[in-house]
Design a protein around this ligand. Structure first.
Ligand code: SME
Length: 155
């Protein structure tokens, strides 16, 4: 199955995770794990959350994949920081060509970062890394923005 065929069923499973009773953090973790396990090329899936006490900083939230040293990222720094600053989705086909990039692993070749909003305010981001070059398309972006809309309610 290609990703386009997986997205609809996966979205319904995510809606189910969101709707059952439980801790929001656990739900965000489950969403990361599910997306990472179900979608080819999704090798690291995590949330960064806008810090409530440190100004213009992102804090690593729930994630699935290898641990990262980037647990605190300033707005403007790296792909995540640029997405936070501009409040726009970033798709990077080849991370080796980016000068403003924070490397988590030498295996990572491409990345997508989707900002998340609650009541019109940036509350976090969904960040995906892939070991495959140019792994993410507009279809991934559309899917992840829909996931982001419901995940933002858990932040
Ligand atoms: N590559 C990101 C940093 C976060 S890690 O990918 C988990 C960036 O450049 O902001």
């Amino acid at each position: 199955m290609n990703k386009i065929e997986i997205f609809p069923g996966l979205f319904r499973e995510i809606e189910k995770i969101v709707s059952v009773p439980g801790r929001n953090r656990t739900k965000l973790e489950k969403i990361c794990r599910l997306i990472k396990d179900q979608l080819p090329g999704y090798d690291w899936v995590g949330f960064y959350l806008v810090s409530s006490d440190k100004e213009r900083q992102l804090i690593l939230g729930p994630f699935a994949g290898e641990p990262t040293e980037h647990t605190l990222i300033a707005f403007g720094q790296g792909i995540c920081g640029q997405a936070a600053e501009t409040e726009k989705t970033f798709i990077v086909d080849d991370v080796s060509r980016e000068s403003n990039y924070l490397s988590c692993s030498l295996n990572v070749r491409s990345e997508i970062v989707v900002p998340l909003f609650k009541n019109g305010h940036l509350v976090g981001e969904l960040d995906i890394d892939s070991h495959t070059p140019a792994a993410f398309t507009r279809d991934d972006e559309r899917f992840l923005e829909r996931v982001g809309e419901i995940a933002a309610g858990l932040i």
